[in-house]
Write a new protein. Structure first.
Length: 62
């Protein structure tokens, strides 16, 4: 049973990683726009989301 659960998680991670990369790219673009506009609130929000995406990516790739 443990092997079945591990296989399912692996498959789920394989599907989630490409989507997560797109979300990170989009968020980096959003951060760039916030920096250009000198919008401190948007910069902080974007950095928080990027940190969450980074943590998720590390979990999925481990």
């Amino acid at each position: 049973m443990k092997q079945v659960i591990e296989a399912f998680r692996r498959q789920d991670a394989e599907q989630r990683i490409p989507v997560l990369r797109l979300e990170i790219d989009y968020e980096l673009s959003t951060l760039f726009d916030a920096i250009q506009a000198n919008d401190q609130a948007a910069m902080l929000a974007s950095k928080d989301r990027l940190d969450k995406y980074r943590q998720e990516m590390l979990r999925l790739e481990a």
